[in-house]
Design a protein around this ligand. Structure first.
Ligand code: BG6
Length: 485
């Protein structure tokens, strides 16, 4: 694996620990080699030291010296003055050929581009020009790219054309790390391995669906990236729309990449926005205040955020899926930073029964039946339904039935990146979004972003709250409320 951006934040926190964890679980070939590419003037040993520190800080599995030594023996670093440094690509080619001979990597190469997308053209062109991507008989070459896949539909298409010039579509792996999460893969198991849920999973029984991705942290030191992106592009275009697609899709004929994608694409293709985007979308940005008793800065006060910024740190949308199964069922999506707590969940909220043989006083404490897929933290599924309160009266109240991964399974879930890196190395594609899914997601989002660009600054919300008033109003217009996660 050749990693562009090995000194970046993602590599440090996720990719390098995941590689070690995979090796430690015996899932990487002993000949696996990691070539880091970066601007630092490092020797191979410097890189080994750096990776060791990252692994020791963030790996999930225990430290095992012999394992580490085997992995470290296959690490190399190639200094790039910049990504247009032609001569550096020649050196990279030499290092790779050398590894083929000394480690037995057999010409198999995965290029992991964990770098800002504006560098993709320079890198991909040179990688191609130096023959690094040309397959030799019996070997494979793959490109793994991190989001953002463009900043709108047009730029995403442009990026795709660029990558397609050097590598076959099946050899491009676009990472949406949400798809690597166990709880997200479990949506397919819940829906298609069981009998009891699927008959209810449609507009006859479902009132609406709420998909929430809340984070309690601010943007930290990521202003450079975040301010040009905002919440909608950062997580709705990819993670939340993928969650919607998995929740709403029809049963695939198999779990092959092509079959799953095709069902997800059909759903994304029939997602519609509301007519008046002022009423069916909301956006906000966090102000200053206290969160968990700690004083926090407003978004505008974060380091590197320009004073005239209008970037949102919270976004909510009301979408509909115009097909037979979902007609008339709104899907509400919301995501934001500095919210009350960290939680990602999908709540499928069912309709009220058509008739209740109880007094209205008896059912006053009851809400709608709900299935909550708890993506994180506290991974699991909750079923909310009404039950009789013990006593002489018939009084009903909501209760929960819980499945928790921690309680039901002994083994800890692997990190999303472990699964994704392994799948990319194996050439197994079901968990990677296809270009058409990316394209369809931008089709949904582009008009919203265009609309917001004419609305000035987003509404301010209090840190530690659940977002701006406009998000509450969005549901109130439909006589609904956001679920208290
Ligand atoms: C990333 C976003 O895709 O997901 C970040 O760029 C966000 O802004 C992160 O913080 C959250 O990931 P997770 O796995 O912690 O929910």
């Amino acid at each position: 694996m050749v990693m562009f951006g090995i000194t970046g934040d993602l590599a440090k926190r996720k990719l390098l620990p995941a590689i070690y964890d995979l090796a430690n679980r015996g899932l990487l070939s002993p000949s696996f080699s990691l070539v880091g590419v970066g601007r630092r003037n490092w020797s191979h040993e410097d890189m080994v030291e750096y990776v060791k520190e990252c692994v020791q800080n963030a790996a999930r599995t225990p430290w095992r010296e012999p394992m580490w030594e085997q992995l470290a023996a296959g690490m190399r670093f190639v200094t790039f003055e910049n990504f247009e440094d032609d001569e550096a690509y020649e050196r990279l080619a030499k290092v790779l050929n050398d590894l083929d001979e000394t480690r037995g990597t057999h010409g198999n190469r995965a290029f992991y581009l964990s770098i800002p997308p504006n560098w993709f053209p320079a890198v991909t062109e040179r990688v191609a020009r130096c023959g690094l991507i040309d397959e030799s008989p019996g070997s494979w070459r793959r490109v793994i790219i991190e989001k953002p896949f463009g900043h709108d539909q047009e730029s995403a298409r442009e990026l795709d054309r660029l990558v397609a010039r050097i590598v076959r579509p099946d050899d491009v792996f676009r990472v949406d790390h949400y798809l690597g999460k166990e709880t997200v893969q479990n949506i397919l198991a819940l829906r298609f391995a069981n009998t009891i849920f699927e008959p209810l999973w449609n507009s006859s029984y479902v009132d609406h669906v709420q998909i929430t991705m809340a984070e309690d942290i601010g943007i930290g030191t990521r202003a450079g990236y975040y301010d040009s992106i905002g919440t909608a592009r950062d997580v709705i275009q990819n993670h939340l729309l993928q969650l919607l697609a998995l929740t709403a899709m029809e049963e695939p004929t198999s779990l092959d990449a092509a079959a799953v994608r095709s069902e997800k694409e059909k759903v994304l293709d029939c997602v519609r926005l509301g007519k008046d985007l002022s009423l069916t979308t909301a956006r906000g940005r966090y102000g200053s205040g206290f969160q968990g008793g700690v004083k926090v800065r407003s978004y505008l006060e974060e380091d590197g955020v320009p004073g005239e910024s209008t970037t949102e740190t919270f976004a909510a949308l009301r979408l509909t899926v115009e097909n037979r199964r979902w007609a008339g069922v709104p899907f509400y999506l919301r995501a934001g930073k500095r919210l009350a707590r960290r939680v990602t969940e999908i709540a499928v909220v069912f309709k009220q029964p058509p008739f209740l043989p109880f007094s209205s006083a008896a059912t006053a404490g009851m809400g709608n039946n709900t299935i909550v897929i708890r993506v994180q933290p506290d991974e699991g599924i909750t079923l909310r339904f009404g039950s009789k309160v013990p006593g002489t009266h018939m009084e009903l109240r909501d209760v929960s039935m819980d499945f928790g991964y921690g309680a039901s399974f002994n083994e800890e879930s692997p990190e999303a990146y472990e699964r994704l890196i392994l799948d990319a190395l194996l050439g197994d594609a079901p968990l990677f979004p296809h270009q058409r899914e990316v394209d369809l997601s931008w089709r949904i989002l582009d008009p919203v972003i265009e609309h917001w660009s004419q609305q000035g600054a987003p509404q301010t919300y209090r840190p530690g709250s659940w977002g701006p008033q406009s998000a509450i109003d969005l549901l109130a217009r439909d006589n609904r409320v956001w679920r208290r996660s």
